[in-house]
Each structure stands twice: as C-alpha cells, then as structure tokens.
Design a protein around this ligand. Sequence first.
Ligand code: PYR
Length: 363
Amino acid sequence: MKLGCPTEIKPQEFRVGMTPNAAREAVAHGHEVMIQQGAGVGAGFPDADYIAAGAQIVDTAEEIFASAEMIVKVKEPQAGERKMLREGQLLFTYLHLAPDPDQTRDLLASGCTAIAYETVTDAAGGLPLLAPMSEVAGKLAPQVGAWTLQKANGGRGVLMGGVPGVGPARVAVIGGGVVGTHAARVAAGMGADVTVLDRSLPRMRYLDDAFGGVFKTSYASAGNTAELVAQADMVIGAVLIPGAAAPKLVSRAQLADMKPGAAIVDVAIDQGGCFETSRATTHQDPIYDVDGIMHYCVANMPGAVARTSTIALGNATMPFMLALADKGWREACATDPHLLNGLNVHAGKLTYFAVGKALGIDV
Ligand code: PYR
C-alpha cells in the first residue's frame, strides 16, 4: 500500500504522524512510504532519518493526498486538507468529530474512510490510541495551570507548592481517568493540595490504593463538584465520554463562586470542553478571561512537547497502521473489533453512534 504522511498544519502543531521507526517498519512490510519534506523536523526527525528508513520525501501535501492510499496524521484534517481527501482514501488520525460539524460534513462529502484514533478500543476497555496523549496532556495540565496562575498571566498569583508558612494551591481534578490520574500525580508532586472527583467507586478505590493518599478523592456529585470548584485555585477538566461531546459540568454562574484569578485547564476541550465557558485556544494565544477566571483551553496540548508526544503516539499507532496497510481496512476491521470501533466515516456515511447523536445525523 502507498502510505503518506503530510506536515501537520494546525497552528503550533509540531508532532508528526509517522516516526522514522514507523516508516522503517512499513517499508519492511513491503509498503511505499511518502513523507512531506520537513514533516518530522518539529519533533526532531530530519528528512535524512526518513530517507535512511526507506521512505520517499515529497515536496507538498498535494502530492501526498493525490497518490497515497492511506494518510497517516496526528490532528484532524484542516479545511484545506479536507478538500484534498478523495473517495476511497483511508484517513488514520485524531478526528474529534462530535463537536465539529464542519469537519464532519467535509469528511462525509469527500467519500473517504476515516478511522479516528480516539475511538479505537482495547480488550481492557481502554482507548489505546488516545491514552498516550491523555498521559501527556494530563502531565502538562498542572504545568500550564501553574503558569496560568502566575500574576503576569492574569492568574491569582499562587505558587503550587506554597512555601514554609504559606499553604499550597488547591487543585480540583474533575475525572479520574488517564488524564485526571496523570494530572493529579504531577500536581501533587508539585506540592499542591489535590482532590480528584469521579463517579466510579472502584476507580476511586484503585486511586487511593495505588497512590497511597498522595491526593484525595471525592464523589463527583453536583454538590461536591461545586464546593471543590469554589475552593480551588486551579480546576482541571479531565472528563471523557468516548467519541461524544463532553458533558458541561461547571456552568458560567459557578465562576462567580470561584476565587478571582483561579485557573481552569480544560483538557476535554478536544471534545467540546467540560466547562460552559470553554472555547478552544491555541498555543500562540492560550489563555482568556471570563468573569475573572483564567481559562487555558488549548486543543492540542501534547503538541507543546512534540518529540515526547510523537514517539509515544507512534508506539501506540504502529501496530494498527501496519494492520491497515497489510490487510486493507475492511479485513483489518473485520478481524479486529477494537479497530472497527475507530471507524467514524465511510463512503459518505457516519459510522460512529456517539458522533451521530451529538450532531443529529443518522448513523
Ligand atoms: C491530541 O493529542 O491533540 C488529541 O487530539 C488527542
């Protein structure tokens, strides 16, 4: 199969869909690999590494979209890329369609087959292609939140770990999944006073056992959530319903109960965000103020640490990419129901229920 990997064009996105190692494996499996010139540079992979791996370097994204049978990317195709997608072409990347009707419309019109990383599943009930970026975003959340809390950035001027005689920042993490657990670990490591809110008692038992009380847990009733949000210096949104629009768990009215200059970091923003006041921002202009509360809502947080993220993502996507290339998407999905769960769009039809429900489109 002909595989193509274009340069990511979302603002400040430095990751790349294929590492030189992934290219080498695909070539060893008998596939042709095209990489857009410079695509890996932001993640520290020069063209020479891809050439050494047996890939061909091409000048433009147009060449890749015109001839590749499978496009391997990181972020959802941007408007210009969507115009180049062709009928029958396979797209393997993050999509996050539920909050994005424009992208959905364009993918349906293109006639392509699109497999979304974020809805591929595994036997343990996890999301193996989302997990590595959830780990990265979770670990980044307290770091960017700490920066948002600094006075010069409009924040409350509170130091995460405090100092002798002055208490630490209070951090509420909404959601105890992969993002929330990594965020809580790092925030606690920075010395903050951290509480994770979740609705699963087994999950909270696990967190308590695994982390030995390094952070607290609280049942995520509306009342507990409101109380902890009001007391927090930083709130990290870490909820996920696979493929679906994120539920809004904190309303605009609740901002009035928060401490002036408190920071919100909404890691759920890819799926529309879990705060009523969230809207996607970019690494160039990451923070905005609503009613005195500073919001950090960058939609591609892992792009900030492009090298770590690219390698972590490549480790997870490689076996699926090889299965798709070796068998073709029909047989690969027919023999792996977890990969089939990634199928969101095929030949002008939506094939993922939660996306159809969010957008009011028949599946
Ligand atoms: C990202 O890492 O940017 C995702 O979309 C999950």
